[in-house]
Design a protein around this ligand. Structure first.
Ligand code: DLL
Length: 421
């Protein structure tokens, strides 16, 4: 971990933040205190960042079990806002913020947006849901804080999005990658690309691939950077790519990051893929210590092309929970996306259907064609897809080509996997 700590003095600041966080959790959160006691730990035993690995983990179940606000480490009347997770897997979890947390979050977002290359003169369109979801408000305050002009269109209403994008001269937008792909096709249909001033797309909230990035950048003529965060930790603002697009720069001033074996929880050697674990250093209302994100990634060592030092994070491959096991082989939706993205004539609007015809799990990939195809072209495309999926995934899966527009578009995170009885 030491290697990722960058500039002088940061390690001391991190140690101070860690000690303060551990003390607050010990004093205020009985669940965490008893977990520390079970491991024979006390706050006095934590004096440096190296001690992090001796502390117990926290999981999403801890938040669920203490619903709505059992993990508060501050007074109830210090809470000025709540958000809730999108609940993609199970019951949503409520997260709370003090005034100090809101300020720190804005700071994180400003750092992230500056990393992505956003500046004062930008017109910044927020195409994410406002409300309980942390996405929109996080970007909103960060962009405003940087002095950009914010256009808070929220999610959906594509016609209106595009009208304002054109009329107000939007230069930067943020959305999920799947919605950005939808914007691409609408802009293409309307033939309005030349009238837009877009230069940067900041995309996150769900996993996506290099193939998806190439499509979006090509169609819109923008740079598309990856943005990572989660509500349990703060929201967006945890890590962001710079225009080099060679991995996410984590915010080491507000958080500590580890990559552990998702089964044993043991820290992995640098560069190995595993589960990302995050500790907050400045949060007041609901700090997290060694929070198991379930997100799979690895550290990228070395100095980035932008000159920033410190470990970067590889784009998130997916959540441990998203992994499908098909006839003994592990399959992530992002692996399927990467294959589809290399096949000419396929759009990246796709869905995976999992079914169990004879007790054994089978997978069928449904993917839209980019344009109209005749019967023969369709058959050829389908057999090409079956062959390439087989080569890349190591198992035979079904494939069905759909007409353009056949799958429902989502204004936020796309649903990639459906289970068919
Ligand atoms: O999705 C926060 C966010 C909004 C981040 C907008 C970036 C942009 P949640 O709804 O709590 O918060 O979902 C968090 O989404 O644990 C990941 O599984 C997934 N996720 C978020 N960003 C990425 C990304 C927001 N860039 C969960 N790549 C996380 C892959 C991502 N997965």
């Amino acid at each position: 971990m030491k290697k990722g700590l960058g500039i002088l003095g940061r390690e001391q600041r991190q140690a101070r933040g860690l000690k303060k966080t551990v003390k607050a959790m010990w004093d205020r959160v009985p669940l965490y205190r008893s977990r520390m006691e079970d491991m024979g730990m006390s706050p006095e035993m934590v004096s440096s960042v190296e001690d992090l690995q001796r502390l117990p983990f926290m999981t999403k179940d801890d938040l669920r079990d203490s619903y709505p606000m059992g993990l508060l480490a501050c007074e109830r009347d210090e809470v000025v806002r709540v958000h809730a997770s999108s609940g993609t897997t199970g019951k949503p979890t409520v997260v709370a913020y003090t005034k100090g947390d809101i300020t720190a979050w804005e700071e994180c977002m400003k750092n992230c947006l500056a990393t992505a290359g956003v500046t004062r003169g930008d017109v910044f369109q927020v195409i994410l849901g406002y409300g309980l979801f942390t996405g929109a408000l996080g970007f909103h305050y960060g962009a405003e804080g940087l002095g950009a002009m914010v256009v808070p269109t929220g999610g959906g209403f594509t016609e209106r999005q595009l009208m304002l994008m054109e009329d107000l001269g939007t230069t930067v937008f943020t959305s999920t990658p799947s919605y950005a792909l939808h914007l691409c096709e609408e802009i293409k249909d309307k033939g309005t690309r030349e009238r837009l001033r877009l230069r940067l797309a900041i995309l996150g909230g769900e996993s996506w691939t290099e193939e998806m990035r190439e499509r979006i950048e090509g169609e819109l003529g923008v740079i598309a950077v990856d943005s990572y965060g989660l509500s349990e930790v703060i929201g967006p603002g945890v890590a962001m790519e710079c225009p080099e697009r060679s991995g996410l720069h984590p915010d080491w001033d507000h958080f500590l990051f580890e990559v552990v074996d998702p089964v044993t929880g043991r820290p992995l050697p640098e560069g190995e893929e595993g589960e990302l674990v995050i500790t907050s250093l400045t949060k007041e209302a609901m700090p997290v210590i060694r929070y198991r994100t379930r997100d799979l990634t690895r550290f990228i060592p070395g100095i980035c092309g932008c000159g920033r030092e410190g470990l970067r994070l590889e784009r998130i491959k997916g959540r441990c929970d998203d992994m499908l096991i098909i006839r003994g082989v592990n399959v992530f939706p992002s692996q399927v996306e990467a294959v589809l993205g290399k096949i000419e004539g396929l759009s990246l609007h796709y869905r995976l259907e999992v079914f169990q015809p004879n007790g054994l799990k089978e997978l069928k990939v449904l993917c839209e064609a980019e344009g109209w195809m005749d019967e023969l072209q369709r058959e050829e495309k389908e057999s090409e897809a079956v062959r390439r999926l087989h080569e890349n995934l190591g198992i035979r899966v079904g494939f069905r080509l759909l007409a353009p527009g056949a799958l429902e578009r989502s204004a936020g995170k796309a649903v990639r996997v459906t289970k068919v009885a």
